[in-house]
Design a protein around this ligand. Structure first.
Ligand SMILES: Cc1ncc(C[n+]2csc(CCOP(=O)(O)OP(=O)(O)O)c2C)c(N)n1
Length: 677
């Protein structure tokens, strides 16, 4: 009996230095441990001792890929990849901790079961929205290519999920740039209860043959051989591949599903007959007859006991403390960040005045000089155009290969940013107008803003996405006029900055680089060519709100375009002896609440001016915060006023635009209302 061949502690790392048959036995071992885990997890779920069960049964043949995945490679896993994770060296105990959502699990109890993450193995924390991992995987592969490394990125995805647009965008970019990424589509024929046979990209003939490899993963050793040769080509030729892995989901979709409602008994029996675990055992027996039924019966007993003991240990581990629920949303101030970006004073030459567009280009230029890991990417940003607003003018010429035109695909822009950041780059990516953020929102809201929190701080993606925003340019119409800061403020895990002046736009970039957080910078395009005298500019880096005009009677809070409207209203009122204090918020998240509270405590009156949609806009958030602070509310003489766009879109005709946006008269009326006039 070759007991020693498998009886090593399953919590030890990846099996190495094995001969071919031992290696195959190792694959069977991990398949068996995974299968036993499924059996136990399902029972625990039925007993109410586990919260959920997502089975890997039938997907175990993918362990064959473990012999092709090398140190330094990256893995974006699917939730059915438990056997592969074990084979790569993730411990069964870590997986069991994840099952019980324990404090010491990779996500600290934040993620659903089998959302694998392991920093030391470069397994990037998985998220639940299907196909979300594809564009980040392409981004990480782009980073590997830029660094000239010979590593590969592996991106696993279900067959139903391969109909998501982001899968196609990721594949298109990987082909365009010849990236070392392998997309492994796990085709079990179903998306929950929907048969996928006639709707996958494969059956529709939408996958380019040059990159496509259909391999049966029900035969694990044959799969291992064929997949190895595909990966070797990807590694040497630096080009992508799609491995279309045929397999079966031997179980219902999850513990909450009953597949007998939509699968015939014949189909269920047919699947059992081609179980990859049975196939691997019989193939091993054919190679070496000592791996007989008795051997595998003993091995199964061993696996059962390992799983039993490990899951009991994990069940008894500590639960997450209540007070850590909101940790790791954003990077802590004292985290050990790379401070190698230093602030150059881009305003120190002989210019008398600067505008925001000029300040932005100069700051980007300085940053590109300072740190070679900075990459700019966006639609039309290369010279000779240098961006539709000229925000990158001259930079692709000065920094070849680092200022790059993107395809017209906003999800690609945001998704690649996340993956590049994970690979150690600092992306500063442009959305041409914030109005077109829709396709990128999946990546921003689900991937970028959650990565740090959901991996409990193991992973993060510091980056900048900037976009021209706002109205007041006349004839912008509904899709060149939006501001949308509230959309981003609603995604925990993002910093959001809306500068109103050239020096603040410049500071915002440095603040983002130093923050360690993904940062959205919205640049009010109305301000791009307004000239400011830099002699009056704030010196040094400031992250808090700025008091633009000091006053004692009414506090006006504004940001971006609305700051100058607030200033004009304040100046106009000053003539009648009413002095307004104008606060330029500058940073929406984090918000400098103390400056706002202190001012309202002093004046007792508050007007907030915003151009975003009224309902759930940030202006309402400010009024809510102010009113809920007893010490501030207790000092107020009048109800706070919000001057805002209504819940309406912005029309193309200037009349329609003017009608719905804040202006000086509307702000003056609001001031009058707080004064009881
Ligand atoms: C964007 C998104 N839509 C819907 C869901 C709900 N959902 C979870 S898994 C799943 C089916 C996925 O099927 P497939 O990609 O084939 O993977 P499989 O579960 O079969 O391995 C669905 C619809 C989700 N998680 N994300």
């Amino acid at each position: 009996m070759k007991t020693n061949a498998y009886s090593s502690n399953p919590d030890l790392s990846r099996d190495v230095g094995l001969d071919l048959n031992e290696q195959r036995l190792s694959l069977v071992k991990h398949m068996m441990l995974s299968r036993e885990s499924d059996l136990r997890e399902n029972i625990l779920f039925r007993q109410g001792r586990g919260q959920f069960h997502v089975s890997s049964s039938g997907h175990e043949g993918l362990v064959g890929l473990s012999t092709s995945i090398m140190p330094g490679d990256y893995v974006y896993a699917h939730y059915r990849d438990r056997a592969l994770m074990l084979s790569l060296g993730m411990s069964l105990y870590d997986i069991a901790l994840g099952y019980f959502a324990k404090a010491e699990s990779s996500s600290g109890g934040r993620q659903l079961v089998n959302h694998f993450s392991c920093k030391k193995l470069n397994i990037i924390s998985a998220a639940t929205p299907t196909a979300l991992q594809c564009l980040p995987a392409a981004g990480t592969a782009w980073g590997l290519k830029k660094e000239g490394k010979d590593n590969v990125v592996f991106c696993f995805i279900g067959d139903a999920s391969a109909r998501q647009g982001e899968f196609f965008e990721a594949l298109a970019f990987a082909i365009q740039e010849s990236l070392p990424v392998v997309f492994v589509v796990e085709d079990n024929g179903y998306g929950i209860s929907t048969p996928t046979g006639e709707m996958t990209p494969l059956s529709l003939g939408m996958l380019p043959q040059d990159y496509l490899h259909e391999i049966d993963a029900r035969k694990p050793f044959q799969f291992e051989l064929r997949a190895r040769s595909v990966v070797e080509d990807v590694r040497s030729d630096r080009k992508p591949a799609v491995i279309w892995a045929q397999l079966d989901r031997l179980s219902p979709h999850t513990g909450s599903d009953d597949h007998e409602k939509y699968r015939s008994s014949e189909e269920l029996i047919r699947m059992q007959m081609r179980d990859p675990l049975d196939q691997a055992q019989s193939d091993l027996f054919k190679l070496d007859s000592s791996y007989n039924q008795e051997f595998f019966d003993e091995m199964a007993k061993w696996a059962k006991e390992c799983v039993r003991e490990t899951y009991i240990r994990a069940e008894n581990a500590a639960d997450p403390d209540l007070d850590v629920a909101d940790s790791n949303v954003l990077c802590a101030q004292n985290e050990n960040l790379d401070r190698s970006f230093f602030k150059r004073n881009v305003f120190s030459n002989d210019h008398q005045t600067w505008d925001m567009a000029g300040a932005w280009v100069s700051t980007l230029d300085a940053i590109l000089h300072e740190n070679k890991k900075v990459i700019l990417f966006g639609e039309d940003i290369e010279d000779p155009k240098g961006g539709v607003f000229g925000l990158t003018k001259g930079l692709s010429t000065k920094h070849p290969g680092r200022v790059v035109n993107s395809p017209l695909a906003e999800a690609t822009i945001a998704g690649l940013a996340s993956g590049l950041s994970v690979a150690g780059f600092f992306p500063i990516f442009e959305l041409q107008f914030v109005d077109f953020v829709g396709p990128a929102l999946n990546q921003i809201a689900n991937q970028i803003s959650t990565l740090r929190w959901r991996s409990n701080g193991d992973y993060s993606c510091p980056l900048v996405i900037y976009a021209p925003c706002g109205s007041f340019i006349s004839n912008g119409g509904p899709w060149h006029s939006q501001s949308n800061e509230a959309l981003f403020a609603h995604c925990p895990g993002l910093n959001v900055i809306v500068p109103s002046r050239p020096e603040d736009a410049s500071n915002a970039l440095y603040a983002a680089l130093h923050s360690g957080n993904p940062t959205i910078i919205l640049l009010p395009k109305r301000q791009f060519h307004v000239q400011y005298d830099m002699a009056e500019a704030h010196s040094g880096q400031r992250n808090g709100a700025h008091i633009r005009i000091r006053g004692e009677h009414v506090t006006i809070v504004a940001w971006g375009n609305c700051v100058s409207i607030a200033e004009d209203a304040a100046r106009s009122y000053a003539a009648s002896g009413v002095y307004c204090e104008v606060i330029d918020l500058y940073s929406i998240v984090p918000c400098d609440w103390e400056t706002v509270f202190a001012s309202v405590k002093k004046t007792g009156r508050l007007v907030v001016v915003q151009e975003d949609v009224k309902t759930c806009g940030f202006g309402q958030a400010i009024i809510s915060e102010v009113c809920s602070r007893q010490d501030v509310w207790g000092n107020m003489y009048a109800s706070p006023q919000l001057v805002s766009r209504g819940d309406v879109h912005i029309g193309f005709h200037p009349n329609l635009e003017r009608q719905v946006l804040p202006d000086v008269n509307k702000v003056k009326s609001a001031i009058a209302s707080t004064l009881g006039q």
